[in-house]
Design a protein around this ligand. Structure first.
Ligand code: GDP
Length: 205
């Protein structure tokens, strides 16, 4: 897909503030510090549009960016920051759960996993949660530049094993720093948006 315009529109602090105007949504989810903001900025070609936070785990809002006046890119709060309190983690779960209850059936989900960390139990839990209703997220390994070419194969295999990804699910390697994989990810998202919704999801909207 080509990104002609990208505009920050809204941050939702609660379920009441979620947007639902029938436009397709692409939701970005991953651990705090996975590089989500940097990736969004790279995808959108606009530095600083998504705020990279110096304090990981601080941003708990759901941020909406309007792309080409027709698609929402939805930036979900990052999960699993170690210094986050239990209450904070529960708040994350509530916010994200409300979002997914509301929007998952009609959303394209992009699950971000750090290429170097290569998957944690929380990433495996996120994969399980996101696939429970039958959808398949696009899986993206971020910060690919931090894994040398020689170690890519091994890191990829470890990530797949730890997250328990089925063999048929591809992992797209990207780097916001070098631009590797950014065009490919835009195209993969564009292809998903072209697909008709599965029958079980058609009732939404
Ligand atoms: P977020 O918390 O998931 O939104 O992550 P950020 O985008 O704020 O990035 C977290 C940290 O990872 C920052 O220090 C970034 O500079 C760094 N980072 C993000 N993307 C990349 C990347 O593609 N390569 C490298 N080497 N570092 C990155």
């Amino acid at each position: 897909m080509n990104i002609q315009t990208a505009e920050y529109i809204h941050s939702a602090h609660s379920a009441r503030e979620l947007l639902d105007d029938g436009r397709p949504e692409v939701a970005f989810v991953g651990r705090s510090n996975v590089g989500k903001s940097s990736l969004l900025n790279a995808l959108l070609g606009r530095q600083g549009l998504a705020k990279t936070s110096s304090t990981p785990g601080r941003t708990q809002t759901i941020n909406y960016f309007l792309i080409n006046d027709s698609i929402w890119f939805v930036d979900l709060p990052g999960y699993g920051y170690a210094k986050t309190s239990k209450e904070r983690r529960q708040a994350w779960a509530r916010t994200v759960e409300q979002y997914f209850q509301h929007s998952l059936p009609a959303a394209t989900v992009v699950l971000l996993i750090d290429a170097k960390v290569a998957g944690t139990p929380l990433d495996a839990a996120a994969w399980e949660y996101l696939t429970a209703s039958g959808g398949t997220p696009l899986v993206v390994a971020t910060k690919a530049d931090q894994v040398s070419r020689g170690r890519r194969h091994q890191a990829r295999a470890l990530l797949r094993e730890r997250v328990r990804l089925p063999a048929e699910v591809p992992v797209l390697e990207v780097s916001a720093t070098t631009g590797e994989g950014i065009k490919e990810l835009r195209n993969a998202i564009g292809a998903r948006l072209q697909e008709p919704l599965p029958r079980s999801r058609e009732h939404h909207g």
